[in-house]
Each structure stands twice: as structure tokens, then as C-alpha cells.
Design a protein. Sequence first.
Length: 220
Amino acid sequence: MDGAYFVHLIFSLFIFAFIPLISSLGDKKEEQLQFSPYTGKAGWIAMFGVAFAFFAHGGLLTFAERIGAGLSITTITMGNAFAVGGILTIIGPLIAGFIGGRYGSMRPSVLFLTLMIFAAFFVANAWNPVIFFIAIPIFGLLPIMWTPFFLGGIAGLDSSGRLAAAHPAFVTMGGAIGPMLMGYVSDYGGFSAIGWVAMFFILISIPMVIIGTNAADQKK
């Protein structure tokens, strides 16, 4: 498993090499003048916040099956929990799209990241199967539902599209490093320690995301 996530990490880092080319490939001169390259720092700080959040998300979900097994939850029941999460990841972004940008980008970002902290606690410290069955789909849904709000603000902050295009690279980087490092955390502190580490990284991602999304909201 470590090897698979290491490959994901390498590909995400490889993508970074192409980010400077995003706004210059195939654009007409008039378009390049209209959409000048983003030179600020707030957006990039927010992107690293995204990487931290998905580090926590990927790292914790990787061990969710083992957490469930520790509660004597059957494989079928765990599969049903993840299936519910899969359905919610379809419905959630649709709801986010319906809400749109009426609340800006910063407030929804803070809300979803805060909810992720609470959900991470219940996933890692589930004391019965019901808590596990409820927490897993919610924790899986929250970052997917948060992404439209975040990217909506980032697209307004950087009209060249470079920041928004870099988003998958940061998500993949965080999601690849998380499972690799959380394995060591699990070995030394158990699954509960994974939850606390995940909560910590989500917590430190919040001010970083606020810096970028607040700048995006101020630009509107």
C-alpha cells in the first residue's frame, strides 16, 4: 500500500512542474493581457491548507476499515457505510451548487473544515457500530461538498485559472502522504492517535484556507 501511495505522491509532484504553463499555453495575446498571471501568496497558502486537510482525510479513511473491524462490524456493513458515503458525494456537491456563492468562499470553508474535525473524532473513536456507520459517510462527504465553495472563490481570486488547476495536485499530494504517515502513527499510538493527528492537521489548515478564501471574497 505504501508503494501505491508513493506513486500517487510522485505524480502529484510531477504535476507541479506544469502549473507555470497553464496560463500561457494556447492563449491569445488579448486573453493573456486580460487574465494576467496571479502573483499573490494568499491563494497558494490556501492550497497548502487544502493539502493538509486532505492529508488528514485520506490518512484517516485509509484505516477506517480496520477501525470498523475493531468494533466487530462485518465487511458487508462497512461496505454499506461506504456505499452511503458514495451516494452522499453525488448529492452533496449538487446541494453546494444550488447554494452557489451567496455565502462567499470563506464561511463555507470554515464550516466544512470545522465539521471535519468533529467527524474525524467520531470516526477514530467510534465506540459502537451506529456511530461508525453515521460518521464514516459524513467524513467522506464533507471535503467533497466543501470543494465547490473553495474553488469558486479561488477561481475569482486567480482569473488565469492557475490556482484552480493546481487544486488536484495539492489534493493528491495530501491524500497520498496521509496514508503513508498515518501508518506509522497507528503503529505507535493506535487508531485513536490517527484521529487526533487528523484533527490537528485539519485545525492548522483552517487559518491557511481563511487567508486565501478571505482574499477571494474581498476581491468580489
